[in-house]
Design a protein around this ligand. Sequence first.
Ligand code: HEC
Length: 137
Amino acid sequence: MNKILKLTSKAAVVTLMLSLSSCYYDEIQEIIVEVPDPPEGVEVSFRTDVEPIFSEESNNCTQCHDGTGLNPDLRTGRAYNAIVPEYVNDNDIEDAENSKFYQNLPGIGHPIDAGFELDVDQLTQIKGWISQGAQNN
Ligand code: HEC
């Protein structure tokens, strides 16, 4: 009787450990998105590098962020004023990954499933644009 109890509780502990470790693993996976800085001396342009990302067919933010109420409005010509300064402020330039905009990007921590995730190249452009001063360039 005792033996059976012991075995059962051992099995429970192992199951618990397995399930805990799998959650833990998922979390780690999400946190480690290694996004490099853009190469030294390469200026990131909002208009030519960043803004077009929001309307790309494979990851079209503007199907939802279309200016009808969901902030930020990410349509071409509107996105800059919708993002700066509300989602990217002066302090964020020191720490781009901590900005509200970056933190909420699909692939980082978008609040709902957007149906896609931005890839590392796209994230690099956005992060680089912020750390270079989030200019309207
Ligand atoms: C399928 C619709 C959909 C798509 C596609 C989508 N979003 Fe969102 N996004 C939402 C919704 C809905 C929220 C707000 C959720 C909430 O209120 O908690 C949101 C929230 C955000 C926020 C945070 C807003 C805030 O005030 O906290 C940011 C930033 C954002 N999205 C950026 C993007 C970007 C950039 C893209 C494209 C790369 C994108 N989203 C694609 C629906 C979408």
